[in-house]
Design a binder for this molecule. Structure first.
Ligand SMILES: NC(=O)c1ccc[n+]([C@@H]2O[C@H](COP(=O)([O-])OP(=O)(O)OC[C@H]3O[C@@H](n4cnc5c(N)ncnc54)[C@H](OP(=O)(O)O)[C@@H]3O)[C@@H](O)[C@H]2O)c1
Length: 290
């Protein structure tokens, strides 16, 4: 188990995005995947307001698809869910560009953040959202305004704890100066194929924040992304395990404060990836993997 603010959570969280966006499974299957994660001991679920199909609206019920899906999965789960925490995010929305391509729009103004948090709280069916991230800095809005809105949500009890995502060290430092102990998590892209955020992972270790790598396996559209000249495959072959297990074990080795949140649409991939927590990579392995 690892620390996420006041909570003890399993070493891997469930990144729920692939259950709601393009190429998603049937709703019933998606619910089964969430139940399977809970049965397997995963007790932290990552969602966002924006995890729905581009073109979706509140009127057609598509907006907030993932938050509503998770709420339903938790409602219908018959096992113990007393330790389950759910994180959501604000700042993105979906739309089609003029060529018909599915896009991720951004909105970071205070009014939008305050209103959207209420919608997320309602969709999740909770009194207060466990952990709420500012999804991605909106370059058209001062970071101070967006973080100020998170602070207001904390003061008003709409959210219990705050996080920032896609944030630089400077932005994390700023968020910490405003939100203090209520800032508990940073969610940045990090994988063997994407290491430019290593400075933020290390900064989080220094200041006691949990670091949750997103797309820890290279992204759900590129699960077989070639990484580091085949060294992950080489180590995987030696242990007779999948490359994904080695990747997740490598990320976990970066510090006790790291909790990757891989996405799954199938039981098989989840069952395989979960074994990463039992894979003890040696110093020699880590030297090769970097
Ligand atoms: N904060 C942000 O801006 C941001 C951005 C993107 C994502 N996220 C979060 O990060 C989470 C994870 O990212 P992601 O879903 O993009 O990508 P990912 O976790 O890097 O990759 C997920 C893909 O890996 C496959 N997979 C998992 N374990 C495997 C195994 N053992 N063997 C083979 N394939 C395996 C899954 O396959 P199947 O689907 O076939 O099971 C899935 O397609 C998201 O769900 C979301 O919660 C956050």
């Amino acid at each position: 188990m690892r620390k996420l603010g006041p909570w003890e959570v399993f070493e891997l969280g469930l990144g729920a995005m692939p259950l709601s966006i393009e190429e998603r499974p049937e709703r019933e299957k998606a619910i089964e995947v969430i139940h399977h994660a809970l049965d397997s001991g995963i007790n932290h679920i990552d969602t966002a307001f924006a995890y729905y199909l581009a073109g979706g609206t509140a009127e057609n019920g598509e907006e907030q698809h993932n938050e509503k899906l998770i709420a339903e999965a938790l409602r219908t789960y018959t096992g113990d869910k007393s330790s389950v925490t759910v994180a959501s995010k604000v700042g993105h929305f979906r739309y089609f560009d003029h060529t018909g391509k599915a896009m991720w729009g951004q909105q970071g103004c205070s009014r939008y953040i305050l209103d959207t948090a209420q919608k997320s709280r309602d969709a999740l069916g909770v009194d207060a959202i466990d952990l709420y991230y500012y999804h991605r800095p909106d370059l058209n809005v001062a970071y101070e305004e967006s973080i100020g809105a998170l602070n207001k949500l904390l003061e008003d009890g709409v959210i219990k704890f705050a996080g920032v995502s896609n944030a630089s060290v400077k932005q994390i430092e700023y968020a910490k100066s405003v939100l203090g102990e209520k800032l508990i998590a940073v969610q940045n892209q990090f994988s063997p194929a994407y290491t430019s955020t290593l400075d933020t992972l290390e900064y989080c270790r220094e200041v006691g924040l949990t670091f949750l790598p997103w797309s820890p396996l290279g992204g759900f559209r590129n699960p077989d992304l070639l990484v580091k000249d085949g060294v992950f495959e080489e180590v995987a072959k030696r242990y007779g395990v999948s490359k994904q297990q080695v990747i997740l074990a490598w990320e976990l080795s970066k510090g006790e404060h790291v909790i990757p949140i891989p996405g799954f649409r199938r039981f098989e991939t989840m069952d395989d990836s979960i074994k990463a927590v039992e894979l003890n990579l040696t110093e020699d392995d880590l030297k090769i993997l970097g």
